[in-house]
Write a protein that binds this ligand. Structure first.
Ligand SMILES: Nc1ncnc2c1ncn2[C@@H]1O[C@H](COP(=O)(O)OP(=O)(O)OP(=O)(O)O)[C@@H](O)[C@H]1O
Ligand SMILES: [Mg+2]
Length: 509
């Protein structure tokens, strides 16, 4: 069946799907029906098996048992290409479009029926005609590298629609979007679902998106279906209970009244370039004191990543200086250790982990050359490394088959937990720099991490929080700044923050 011939979404039904990785069962007897023209949410805590299940539908994984029925027949889907032919397409959390190419080139790149010689004018005409019917506008000539995150995600979705997908799987697609962008994208898709042009399987950790846009839910717990039903019949607390079982959530820590203490982190006139030599941090001055959380709001791509990299010793500043407890910081490991500064960068799997190394080794990365993890700086104590890692994994509830599993095989949220366990867990931090610490975490983990950060602040840690989620930023920060085009353009104590002004500054007004 060719996608071009599909006018309406086919029904997709999973019947008793089981997927194992070695002896670990990631999905057990999962059955789920995505009725044509419905918006269906797939929920579950980190590591519940959501991504694995949809990867079985897309042919990235082969289910060990069970059937995948598309339309009226059971299908043998062995690659994403097969899935596309059945009208099923997927959009991920991270971008798959090619940055150096234009929007139009990216659309064509995805096609399997591309002729050897392209009639560009004709293709452009067809693309423009498609875009007239598309739910959102994009500039076909724009280069992907120049688009903001929200625009890129729209291109990803449009690409799937252009390729003829009638069933769209969104795996935490909205996590890189601002709430406004997520509303725009999900709302537009909702209209197509209402017209029965599309079915959607949405993986998200945000209940707001479920209650706002979805018709039905299926909840996975530990790889099995824990329940589901119509959104209209379920409360958020019902959904949360289905996700977590009856286990009780820990109490969230409250911010204690306290006056910030001495300045632990000071940044003066800092300038740094992007990889392409264009200036990303254009003269930043800020201070963070002991016992306060300073939040930097801003749309991603405005220099936050580079600022965090300089603080983590991963990028060299070209001007200005950083002082840790009054001492000039050169970005070396011994200095970071001495000043007890811990940095959690964006996309930890790429920027803060070695994907092929084990969970235990990754948790030891910060301190493996020191006692007690090593003796004399060269002899590693594997027993000590494993004991530490086991403790971190238990406290941060990292779901991993074992301490020896490769970090890259953990679910997205569990990578984030493992890195947080390493950066926050030792309890010796004095300065913490965290970029989007709750990215991809389930709601219980978000509560836990917020409590850890507040607890650190209550104990005198200086926290610099870089965060795209305004609600999160406002709930944690004592002082709020906005970073736009490499500069800090707004500053206010939390009691004086005007959300309207914050939004305007973020948009560059
Ligand atoms: N390639 C793999 N090899 C071994 N184990 C894997 C592999 N992929 C996933 N797993 C394991 O399967 C389990 C489910 O992972 P999955 O990515 O499906 O979770 P998820 O529900 O998408 O979680 P998250 O919300 O964190 O994204 C995890 O415990 C993970 O470690
Ligand atoms: Mg996942």
């Amino acid at each position: 069946m060719l996608t071009a011939k599909l006018h309406a979404p086919p029904a997709v039904e999973l019947v008793n799907v089981t997927k194992r990785f070695g002896s670990f069962v990631a999905n057990q007897d999962v059955s789920l029906r995505l009725a044509p023209g419905t918006y269906h949410a797939l929920l579950g805590e980190n590591g519940a098996g959501k991504s694995t299940l949809v990867k079985c539908i897309m042919g990235y994984h082969r289910a060990d048992q069970g059937d995948i029925i598309v339309g009226s027949a059971s299908r043998n889907i062995t690659s994403p290409h097969d899935a596309n032919h059945l009208g099923i397409g997927m959009v991920y959390q991270h971008f798959t479009v090619v940055p150096a190419m234009t929007v139009a080139e990216n659309f064509l790149l995805g096609r399997s029926d591309l002729p050897g010689i392209l009639d560009w004018r004709e293709e452009h005409r067809k693309l423009s005609a498609f875009l007239k019917t598309a739910p959102f506008r994009v500039d076909l000539k724009a280069r992907i590298a120049n688009l903001a995150a929200g625009e890129k995600q729209k291109v990803e979705i449009l690409k799937q629609l252009y390729l003829g997908s009638k069933v769209l799987i969104l795996d935490e697609t909205t996590s890189v979007l601002t709430p406004q962008e997520a509303d725009e994208v999900l709302g537009m898709l909702r209209k197509m679902v209402d017209k029965k042009e599309l079915s959607i399987l949405l993986i998200t950790h945000k209940f707001r998106e479920v209650t706002g846009y979805c018709d039905e839910i299926t909840v996975l717990r530990k790889g099995r279906v824990a329940g589901g039903g119509r959104v209209a019949d379920l409360s958020v607390s019902d959904m949360a209970t289905l996700m977590m079982g009856e286990q009780r959530l820990g109490k969230t820590t409250e911010k204690e009244e306290r006056v910030p203490g001495e300045v632990l982190l000071e940044i003066k006139g800092l300038r740094a370039d992007r990889d392409n030599g264009v200036e990303a941090v254009c003269g930043v001055d800020l201070t963070v004191r002991s016992g306060e959380i300073v939040g930097i709001a801003g749309i991603s791509g405005n220099g936050q990543r580079e600022l965090v990299e300089v603080l983590g010793g991963q990028r060299v500043a070209k001007a200005g200086e950083i002082l840790l407890r009054g001492e000039r910081f050169g970005g070396t490991r011994p200095e970071m250790f001495r000043h007890q500064i811990n940095v959690l960068p964006e996309e930890p799997l790429h920027n803060a982990c070695a994907a092929k190394m084990t969970v235990a080794e990754n948790i030891a990365l910060r301190s493996f050359e020191r006692r007690p993890l090593s003796i004399g700086g060269w002899l590693l104590s594997y027993r000590e490394i494993r004991t530490r890692a086991a403790d971190a994994v238990t406290r941060y509830k990292v779901k991993t088959p074992s301490l020896d599993s490769a970090m890259g095989t953990l679910s997205g949220g569990n990578v984030q937990r493992a890195v947080l366990a390493r950066e926050l867990g030792a309890g010796t931090t004095r300065i913490l720099v965290a970029a989007n610490p709750c990215f991809g975490l389930d709601f219980a983990a978000v509560d836990f991490i917020h409590s850890q950060i507040i607890d650190a602040r209550n104990h005198g840690v200086a926290v610099l929080l870089i965060c795209e989620d305004i609600d999160e930023l406002l709930s944690l920060s004592d002082r709020v700044l906005v970073m736009t085009a490499g500069r800090l353009v707004y500053e206010a104590p939390i009691s004086k923050v005007s959300v309207k002004e914050l939004g305007e500054k973020m948009a560059g007004h």
